[in-house]
Design a binder for this molecule. Structure first.
Ligand code: GLA
Length: 805
């Protein structure tokens, strides 16, 4: 709901208020962003008061006490006395960098921004489930206010114009009421006769009147994505950005600003993200006046955009949220928004299949018979989708060749792709295929014919990444080639899933196409990519697309508009996954994160973890298996079968339930508790994860949040299998049989027999489950074992199932 009272704009979501006003001088002052507040017609308590001005400052306009340097602004101009970090740097017609954008008018309407399509970038869509009871109630209350427009989604456009030139800047706000999200972006139009140059243009600026914040960023590298880091802000500028050509595994565009007393569950927190997959930039500045300025947008790195007469530039859409329920509150808002307004198409809100991927099972070394054996075993275990990963095309036997040659290697597959797919379908599995469409190998037929398709600077030898070059997606002929090549494979067989990979950073940024406008290269690459994704995903609407970039190098809202799920990380080690998946949940729901059970010792860390922990960690995401299932022992097969049955039974809850970090691993770096609860609050599942065993470390308390307080629930632990090997030389103390440790008998028994974990059940009310929770059974502490002992060890876990009585 957006209201306009005199010169004040009030954007209200279900639980937040965003208020700004037009100053006499035409600038926009931000009055409040935070909790939803009721205001009489008098907004003056929120105005910043200035009766004498400040020493050393430059004043603006007639009012000599007004200095733009110490006021919360909606979008600052340059060279007019605001010395904070600016959201936009323009080279104006006369060659200066000074501009002065003042208020001209506004437009308010239902629905999303009307020029969304024209931006040629992904954007948040309207969604269906918005007009719910609460909004209708608001409508009733405000019926008599003629400026009130009620809509599930509303957009406010504020037009500013430079005081000297006909250059227009439109600030666009879209209110997603029930998600507690406000999106922001800008459009800049040059209506002068001369060209202007954009060196930097942010999608939004948010000024907050105080500065006691900690910024949470989600950083890493390959196989170590989105580890949460906290940095206490102090005077100066903190930058979170990417320059690799993708949103990157280094710094995700997601930012959470936590207030002084904020925790996971309580306190004021702001969240910010960007619907964009290329180089991004987030800056947070604490000024001398102890105000905080946040901004996000396309990175100014190697960026320059010429705006000729009549041209306009659209920024990507930025996403903003606020919650007083701590970081979990911010995550709830983001998760709701992504499910309702970002992920779209036939697979949105649909339960995702459990897949088997052959990558870590075979790498490049497979043939038809091996693939069919894996598929048969997978089917027996209950798996639903078979994914053929890298190595099925051209001459690709390792990562040095064939990218770009999307022609099936029939020798390797024992016939056509259609033939293989039919056989897989006959086994009872659907079929999915891996592609890396943005790349070209120097050793490829495509490169022989079209070396100019690769990105490189003239007369320089381009740098390789994973032995490959990147295709120049700024060129139409390259995009057309890729669309045709991929489409022809996809139409050649019954393909129901695609893994769209991108395995290197961009270097040597240059395109012959752009001539002297090379500053447009990185953004045009992304616009080119979006065009290709738009065509292919529209052409094949039934296919479930999974985005991947060496794992989670491009886990962002832009990709999620086209592809409903993302390969979270190439790191499949359960212990590493806890940190990676936990970090990811701050901004993204479980339905977007894919998680596979892989072999132990793990291929990225060489760490050994139990099959049950690998599964239970992967349950908190979209489950898959990525190991040679033909090599599982009888006992392991039994376990996996039960795991899959269990996941299927609770799949909707795991993928679409409300997720909470009850205790984050980052806190003591050893224990994590996560939970999912269904919408009706009739079912919940909690994961307890322990990194290292520490005897006598105290009790473990399990709290399950957000259930109905006066409702009775039953809670029980998921029984899991414990390998007798875990007991080492204690084996004869804990089992009735006497066997030799590491002997043949022990190995044989381990293949067919496992111990059962402890049983534990209670009945209690929802309020007691939330606080104080349950003191769960004693953990193994080295002095004895019986059936009530919770045998954990390193990298161990339990799942607790809560059901309404
Ligand atoms: C990337 C992906 C992996 C796998 C390989 C294949 O690294 O992230 O999952 O598909 O490429 O080359």
């Amino acid at each position: 709901m957006i209201t306009v009272t005199d010169k004040v704009f009030h954007i209200q979501t279900k639980a937040t208020s965003y208020i700004f006003r037009i100053l006499e001088e035409g600038y926009l002052e931000n009055l409040h962003y935070g909790n939803k507040i009721r205001v009489t017609d008098d907004y003056s308590p929120l105005y910043e008061k200035h009766s004498t001005g400040y020493g050393m400052e430059v004043s603006y306009g007639q009012d000599k006490t007004l200095t733009l340097d110490n006021i919360c602004l909606e979008y600052s101009s340059s060279g007019v006395g605001d010395y904070r970090h600016e959201p936009m740097e323009l080279k104006m017609p006369e060659g200066s960098y000074s501009n002065d954008f003042i208020y001209k008018g506004y437009e308010l309407y239902e629905g999303i921004y009307k020029e969304s399509e024209k931006t040629h970038m992904p954007y948040a869509m309207e969604g269906e489930d918005q007009v719910k009871g609460e909004i209708k109630e608001e409508k009733e209350k405000h019926k008599r206010n003629k400026e009130y427009i009620d809509a599930s989604v509303e957009t406010l456009e504020i037009t500013l114009v430079d005081s000297l030139y006909h250059i227009e800047l439109v600030l666009i706000y879209t209110c997603f009421y029930s998600s507690n999200i406000i999106t922001r972006r800008v459009k800049l139009s040059n209506n002068t006769k001369e060209s202007i140059v954009i060196n930097k243009i942010m999608s939004m600026q948010l000024d907050l009147p105080d500065s006691n914040y900690t910024v949470n960023t989600f950083d890493g590298l390959w196989a170590r994505e989105r580890h949460r880091n906290e940095t206490k802000l102090h005077s100066g500028i903190y930058v979170n950005d990417s320059t690799t050509g993708a949103s990157s595994n280094r710094h995700n565009p997601l930012i959470i600003l936590a207030g002084e007393d904020a925790t996971e569950h309580t306190g004021s927190c702001y969240g910010m993200n960007l619907i964009y997959s290329g180089n991004h930039y987030e800056a947070i500045e604490v000024s001398g006046y102890h105000k905080t300025r946040l901004m996000t947008g396309i990175s100014p790195y190697h960026f320059q955009w010429e705006l000729k007469e009549g041209d306009r530039f659209y920024s990507p859409e930025a996403v903003l949220t606020y919650s007083f329920k701590g970081k979990n509150g911010v995550s709830h808002n983001f998760h709701h928004f992504i499910q309702e307004h970002i992920v779209r198409g036939e697979w949105a809100k649909k339960e995702r299949p459990i897949l088997i991927n052959n990558w870590e099972a075979t790498y490049f070394k497979f043939n038809e018979s091996k693939l069919l054996k894996i598929a048969k075993s997978a089917k027996e275990l209950g798996i639903e989708l078979f994914v053929l990963d890298d190595g099925w095309f051209g001459q690709r036997e390792d990562d040095t060749t064939s990218l770009g040659d999307w022609v099936v290697n029939e020798k390797k597959l024992g016939g056509s792709l259609n033939n293989l797919v039919n056989k897989i379908n006959k086994i009872g599995l659907s079929f999915g295929l891996w592609f890396e469409p943005e790349m070209i190998s120097e050793m490829s037929d495509l490169y022989k014919i079209h070396p100019e398709y690769a990105i490189k600077v003239p007369n320089r030898t381009p740098r390789l990444g994973r032995n490959q070059l990147v295709l120049d997606f700024t060129k139409k002929e390259v995009r057309d080639y890729v669309i045709d090549a991929i489409s022809s494979v996809l139409s050649s067989a019954n393909i129901e899933y695609v893994k769209w990979d991108m395995n290197r950073h961009i270097s040597d940024g240059y395109s012959g196409e752009l001539k002297e406008r090379q500053g447009e290269f990185y953004h045009r690459y992304i616009l080119g990519l979006y065009e290709v994704l738009e065509v292919i995903t529209k052409r094949f609407p039934h296919i479930l697309f999974e985005s991947c970039s060496s794992g989670g190098n491009r886990f962002d809202l832009g990709m999620l508009v086209y592809m409903p799920q993302v390969w979270t990380s190439d790191n499949t080690d359960a212990n590493e996954r806890v940190t990676i998946q936990e970090g990811t949940t701050y901004g993204y729901p479980l339905s977007t994160m894919t998680a596979h059970v892989s072999a132990s010792p793990n291929h990225q860390t060489l760490r050994s973890t139990s099959l049950e922990t690998r599964f239970q960690v992967a349950c908190f995401g979209v489950l898959g298996y990525e190991l040679d299932v033909t090599k599982l022992s009888m006992a392991e097969k039994k376990i996996v079968k039960e795991q899959i049955e269990f996941y299927k039974k609770h799949r909707k809850l795991f993928q679409y339930g409300q997720f909470d970090r009850v205790k984050e691993i980052r806190k003591d770096r050893n224990t994590a508790i996560y939970q999912v609860v269904d919408e009706e609050k009739s079912e919940a599942i909690s994961l307890l994860y322990k990194r290292l065993a520490t005897p006598n470390s105290g009790i473990d308390r399990l709290r399950v949040l957000h259930l109905t307080t006066d409702q009775q629930y039953e809670i029980s632990v998921r029984k899991q299998k414990i390998s007798i090997k875990q007991f080492g030389s204690l084996v004869n103390q804990v089992t009735p049989i006497k066997i030799k440790e590491e002997g043949i008998l022990q190995a044989t028994i381990d293949q067919i027999y496992n111990l059962e974990s402890e049983d534990e059940r209670y009945q209690l009310f929802g309020d007691m489950l939330a606080e104080p929770g349950i003191k769960i059974k004693q953990e193994f502490t080295g002095v004895g074992y019986n059936e009530d002992t919770r045998v954990m060890g390193d990298f161990s876990s339990r799942l607790y199932i809560v059901k309404k009585r």
